[in-house]
Design a binder for this molecule. Structure first.
Ligand SMILES: [Zn+2]
Length: 99
């Protein structure tokens, strides 16, 4: 899985059909949503909440913290969304690597 670029869209409500490669952010509903960065097409909802995800917007790009771990999906992808890029996390020799 390579780093994949996203665009972001600030919306009132998250649309029911998401477009690949866009992170939708609804401040009104305190949620962000995107389609899994691996390309499997699963929708990932990330509630914005001190106990869940934190969204950072630097005026040009957004970042989400902590990482997105899709353990429940068949793809089991795990990545950070940093500055509109999905950066995969790969586990090797019991160490978590970022690249
Ligand atoms: Zn996936």
């Amino acid at each position: 899985m390579k780093a994949k670029s996203f665009k972001h869209a600030f919306v009132d409500s998250i649309p029911s059909t998401l477009q690949e490669g866009i992170i939708y952010v609804s401040l009104k509903h305190k949620i962000a949503a995107h389609l899994c960065a691996c390309g499997c097409g699963h929708r990932i909802d990330t509630p914005l909440d001190p106990e869940e995800w934190k969204l950072t917007y630097d005026g040009e790009t957004i970042s989400l913290w902590p990482s997105i771990g899709n353990w429940d999906l068949p793809c089991r992808s795990h990545y950070f969304i940093t500055n509109n890029k999905a950066i995969p996390v790969v586990r090797k020799h019991n160490k978590w690597l970022l690249f």
